[in-house]
Design a protein around this ligand. Structure first.
Ligand code: SAM
Length: 278
């Protein structure tokens, strides 16, 4: 396990993923009924962007570092505003990972379990979630928890599957995990993140991940308009497969596209893969 998210936290791909996460959580909060969040690959929960890892890649500086200063300008769509407020709340030079963003949006009746396999990052995650009585950090294998924790007793919720794609078979593993999880908890909202190194491979992955029974799905792609100039091999595009997207998620994401293009130089596209709409 070499992957450490600290090198990439707050980059263009994190922005799109975390914006979608916040948009889905705001949707779940519209009803009083409790919801459950499972974050299968949680990371550290909170990132110090002044530390060596982030400084070495410069990805956060080119991502959230450019977006955040524009947070106060103009009227922002609800999810974008909430996301930027939550980032700003961490204080200068810090960035909240997905479990911390989710924990901050829980109400007393809601519940979060975040799983992280790397012992050091799991310890950091436990510390980040310690203040939240209804959020639990677990050291272990996130894929395994999909079968033990689903379906949740709340019967409504969000599952974020955000693996590092380090192992050669991780695309197959992630696709199989999504399909199996959807069979266990068919009404859950799922966000499955994936890197796009080849458009054809990404299309094939989405086709493979969508089981025949999945009636509604969106795909959200984010692509850097220009390759970073430092010559290092870097990810320039990523996607999110959203199963059972809440009504209005596509519009919330599209509403952020102009700002992401001007501030971060990233193109955001939303496509409906199954169900009604475009
Ligand atoms: C892309 S990062 C997660 C970032 C986080 N979801 C966020 O958005 O802030 C992937 C994380 O998965 C962890 N990991 C790798 N294999 C895992 C597994 N089988 N179960 C749980 N975590 C795993 C890695 O250590 C890494 O911290």
């Amino acid at each position: 396990m070499n992957y450490r998210h600290a090198y990439h936290a707050g980059n263009f791909a994190d922005i799109a993923k975390h914006l979608a996460l916040v948009a889905v959580l705001l949707h779940l909060r519209k009803k009083e009924k409790p919801f459950f969040v499972l974050d299968t690959h949680g990371g550290r929960g909170r990132y110090d962007l002044g530390a060596g890892e982030a400084a070495r890649t410069g990805e956060a500086a080119a991502g959230i570092g450019r977006l955040l200063p524009l947070a106060g300008e103009g009227d922002r769509p609800a999810a974008l505003k909430t996301y930027l407020d939550l980032v700003a709340r961490e204080g200068a030079g810090h960035y909240p990972g997905s479990p911390l963003l989710a924990a901050r949006l829980l109400r007393p009746q809601d519940r979060l379990v975040a799983v992280e396999k790397h012992p050091e990052d799991a310890a950091a995650l436990m510390a980040a979630l310690a203040p939240f009585g209804n959020a639990r950090a677990v050291e272990g294998d996130g894929y395994g928890r999909l079968s033990t924790l689903l379906p949740p007793k709340e019967r409504r919720g969000l599952i974020l599957i955000d693996p590092p794609y380090e192992a050669p078979d991780e695309f197959e593993q992630a696709a199989a995990a999504l399909k199996a999880a959807c069979r266990r908890f068919a009404t859950g909202i799922y966000l499955l993140w994936f890197p796009i190194k080849s458009p054809a491979a990404a299309d094939a992955f989405c086709g493979e991940a969508l089981a025949a029974g999945i009636a509604k799905a969106l795909r959200i792609d984010i692509t850097l308009a220009a390759r970073p100039q430092d010559g290092k091999p870097r990810l320039t595009a990523a996607g999110l497969l959203v199963v059972n997207p809440p009504f209005g998620l596509d519009a919330e994401m599209r509403a952020a596209a102009a700002l992401l293009a001007s501030a971060v130089g990233a193109r955001l596209e939303v496509h409906r893969l199954a169900g009604e709409g475009t």
